[in-house]
Design a protein around this ligand. Sequence first.
Ligand SMILES: [Zn+2]
Length: 602
Amino acid sequence: MEVGNVFCYNTFEDPMDIDKNPNVGESMDSDDDEEAYGDEPDEPGVSDDDGDGEAHDDEKEKRWKPPTLEAARIAHTDIKALIRPPRNTGNGYKNPGLDLLLRSRLESMQRFLWAYIDVKSPFHKKWMAASLDIARTAEKGLWFARRLREWTSAFIKNAENLPLNIYGTWNKSRVDDEGLKQELFTHLQSIGKYISAMDVVRYMAQPDVQKRYMMKKGITEMTARNWLSRIGFRWTLEPSGQYVDGHERDDIVEYRQKVFLPRWKELEPNLRAWTKDGTEEEVGERPQPQRLVVWFHDESTFYANDRRRKRWVHMSEKAVPRAKGEGASLMVADFVSADYGWLRSPDGKESARVVFKAGKTRDGYFTNTEIILQLELAMDIVQKYYPNNHHIFVYDNATTHTKRPATTPTASKMTKNPSKKFGAEVTVTVNGKIQYAANGKPQKHTVQMGPVILPNGQPHYFYETPSTTVLGMFKGTMKLLQERGLTEEVKLKGSCKNFKCPAGTTHCCQRRVLYNQPDFADQLSAIEIACKARGFEAIFLPKFHCELNFIEQCWGHAKRVYRQYPPSSKEDDLERNVLSALESVPVETMRKCVPIYTQMTQ
Ligand SMILES: [Zn+2]
């Protein structure tokens, strides 16, 4: 499927993610060939084409490029301080606590650097020659000269890179130390899902941690990214079950082509059209005198911490259904139209926006009950302030949205015999507010299910005495089938085990037969019923096509603004920032992003 020139943003991926995407590939010590050298003896005949302009590719060139004199001078000073750290009193030197091998390597590096930077040295500014000379005076060969250049380059790049004995080769990093790795990992886990390289930097800045790992200072953010990558994190989109490639599933294509697009084609001539600068375009006569206003609904979550969908994801992490409200986050559910912006009264005082701190200990979860309450509020507002328009509410095809009312007839749990208990569990609401029990859970009570409307227009009640207040006696599937004249089916067993009927069967059990009755199967969702009851219409977007939801463009804009606010984990800040970011989306900008679905082709 192609979508025409419809969206003003090419992608929902935030460009700021790209800016901040750390390049973890720059690890100094990532080349396999370096493993081979170790501390092995002389390697005669190894071509050593570095430093003299014969590098064969960019990568090599970068790696073997001699350092600037300035960088070499700084490194020289640092190495001197490492070998002989000055005492705090100013006299003499502290014991640097270096093992003998590290110490001797550092001393070679110091001599090498001095030969390179000293203007009187015959090897001044001669990187390659200086390394060979130091190797020669140390009675070592080419391999040592090469290692010396590697060690020194790495140290110049990052003073954390020491040629430590315990790590053996350059392909190791301090974080390969199991103790440190575990310690960091535990620390990062305690932070939660949204970790950053700065968390590692801050952790390593602690004096006691540095002491434990014999470090004289902390690490840079660059090194922290490298470490995260080494201990198994990747900077990536969070694993999510949502990105299933479901676009081309038959039922979705069918819905899109046969239900959604045709309906949209009927509606489109009555929509307002917008010019490039976001004002209304005069297009003359419309089929209907009233303008049609489409309200797009959706929920979106704003995160306090990393505030991006891209984050450090550990390789062991599996895709999990995203629990709404993990960590400090705020969910916003709202409606938006190109005509009026966010759904509210013209003075802004009445709004259908729900700001929701999702999570068990906060505001609970946003369920279908809340969705319906919000829709009722939205309908109140548009009826009151925009009575001269037709209104349509567009929802994503998510299960929370397409849910049928709890009282919707379904045979899936019906008992064969009469029951005093069988019914539908509904949430108790009073004046549009959910009632909560003492344990914090929404209050539920059981009411009669159904009835269904038979093809002849008559209701078929499931209870001996129909009532909206008392539960009473449920008839049982046997009697329901009898009342429908399905006398053969009455002989079937009540239900296959757990209603898991063999695939493709329609006459295996009483439940299945009832379940497939047309008046049972065709049921409206709670959203559709609520709209219909007040003369509005609800439309569901095709599944996996949330990109068709115009509100996504508005969330995207708001999130870009939101991320520019200073980060804060305080809930007050979070809410204030989110609301102010939402306010920042100009309606003119929204109008430039209105999707024109009829340009969609298969
Ligand atoms: Zn069955």
